[in-house]
Design a protein around this ligand. Structure first.
Ligand code: ARG
Length: 478
């Protein structure tokens, strides 16, 4: 049983005499210091990782002859008991600094003083670095899975937009016709790059620090390669001083998270714009929209707005960590305790946001009438210039010709395709009756048939590329 702490415990901190490091101290921790010192409110979620790491460490101590086989068995069972206890009762009112200290205290409560052998050759410096990495590897797997689902949702949306036009925008001005599928796929390729970044962060996380001790390595003959395999790491750290302070992989993960934030917010911004009455290209389903308490007609694209909003903290977390690390002296420094909050927040934020956005996309629909009526004839100005190019006129010249025709149509207040053939021939003799064929979005998209273009074939190719990349991800990783 956990001793129920007295009401005054938060002030009269139990650290110092009786704590993990108390023997060297006479006095208790100053009350103003207590909260600053605390890691437990943040790292308590790492209890499974800590126990897993501790069980592997016990095995390593067994192999190194530090624990007998009988001792090893009771330490392993004791840790199992701690896991069961935390699983059913939680941490109670634990007052320790961090989860590592709680688990060690509970082990002592389970198996008595033998539990005190577990920390042989280990420091909380390599122990906490190991636990966070275990968490990080799992988190990357989850983030990857969520991103794959988001990509699949966008891929389906692309299928629904294969035969629909959409104005392509530059400077948020209508530029050239594309297929709606081309727009949906543009976001998929950004998220596929994010998946690469998550994979690479996972690789950077998968380096085992355990066995580095506090700073100088471990004085007992620990088989770190075996530890690595047991805990599912890919490599063993090469230098103990570096290993206890290396948080680069968290930066990698937070950078990947920040980029996901960029991409999420750009996609969201498109959805907000495209679902507004000014555009009306997309309709989000009821499940991902909300109404207004005042205005009965309102239908707000909340999933997209909230996702766009969440990206702010994803960027902030990266800056937090870079600032935390910059200028630290060599080896472990207590500042590093602050690494976890930013990491956890990015992982939680992504875990909430990416699936919601995927759901919003899955249930979104294109609105064909709005898309078709948005294709203004001016979108074909480049096609008109290309028409003359095909008749041998240099592009620079055709650009000027079409520019004048656009102006003329504007002056006359008519669409570009309603200019008479005589008016066109006035600007250039190469215009013929077949120029009418230019003003057709399907023709315009079909001629853009090179790799990455917006023709049906080029889009089909993109869809195949996406499918290949997505199925490669599912089988190759983990
Ligand atoms: N609580 C710290 C953390 O979670 C680990 C403690 C290392 N403490 C120390 N005094 N060296 O990051």
């Amino acid at each position: 049983m956990i001793d129920e702490p007295k009401e005054t415990d938060s002030v009269e901190n139990p650290e110092a005499p009786g704590s993990l490091w108390g023997a060297r101290f006479d006095g208790v921790m100053a009350p103003e210091m207590v909260e600053l010192n605390q890691s437990l409110p943040v790292d308590s979620c790492l209890w499974r990782e800590d126990i897993r790491g501790s069980q592997a460490w016990a095995q390593a101590l067994g192999r190194a002859g530090v624990l007998t086989q009988t001792e090893l068995a009771s330490v392993i069972n004791g840790l199992e008991g701690v896991a069961l206890r935390i699983g059913s009762e939680g941490l109670g009112r634990a007052q320790e600094e961090d989860i590592h200290s709680v688990v060690e205290r509970m082990l002592l409560e389970e198996i008595g003083s033998l539990g005190g052998k577990l920390h042989t050759g280990r420091s909380r410096n390599d122990q906490s670095a190991t636990g966070v990495r275990l968490f990080g590897m799992n988190a990357c797997d989850q983030i990857r899975e969520d991103l794959v689902n988001l990509c699949r949702a966008l891929q389906d949306l692309a299928h629904r937009g294969m035969h629909l036009p959409m104005p392509g925008y530059t400077h948020l001005q209508q530029a050239q016709p594309i297929r709606a599928a081309q727009w949906a796929l543009s976001h998929v390729f950004a998220f596929l790059r994010d998946i690469d970044r998550i994979n690479s962060a996972r690789g950077a996380a998968a380096v085992l620090p355990l066995g580095s001790g506090a700073i100088a390595g471990c004085p007992f003959p620990i088989d770190r390669e075996a530890l690595k395999d047991e805990l599912g790491f890919q490599r063993v750290s090469h230098n103990s001083v570096d290993a206890v302070a290396d948080r680069d992989w968290i930066c990698d993960l937070l950078y990947a998270g920040a980029m996901i934030g960029v991409h999420i917010s750009r996609l969201s911004e498109d959805l907000v714009l495209f679902s507004s009455s000014g555009f009306g290209f997309v309709r989000l389903s009821d499940g991902f929209s909300t109404g207004s308490s005042l205005m009965p007609q309102k239908r707000n694209p909340d999933v997209a707005e909230l996702a766009r909003g969440k990206s702010g903290r994803l960027h902030g977390n990266l800056v937090t960590l870079l600032t935390l690390l910059k200028g630290l002296p060599t080896g472990y420094n207590r500042d590093l305790q602050e690494d976890k909050e930013a990491l956890f927040d990015t992982c939680n934020t992504l875990g909430i946001t990416v699936p919601a956005l995927a759901g919003g996309i899955k249930t979104a629909e294109f609105v064909p009438e709005s898309l078709e009526s948005a294709i203004d004839t001016q979108l074909f100005a480049t096609d008109l210039a290309d028409y003359l190019v095909r008749k041998g006129v240099p592009f620079r010249e055709t650009h000027g010709v079409v520019g004048r025709l656009v102006r003329l149509a504007e002056e006359e207040g008519i669409p570009l395709n309603e200019l008479s053939i005589e008016a066109m021939q006035n600007e250039h003799v190469a215009f013929e009756e077949d120029v009418a064929e230019v003003f057709d979005w399907e023709r315009s998209t079909e001629v853009r048939d090179t790799i990455g273009g917006t023709s049906l074939r080029a889009i089909q190719e993109q869809l195949e590329e996406v499918s290949a990349q997505l199925s490669g991800i599912n089988t190759a990783v983990k």
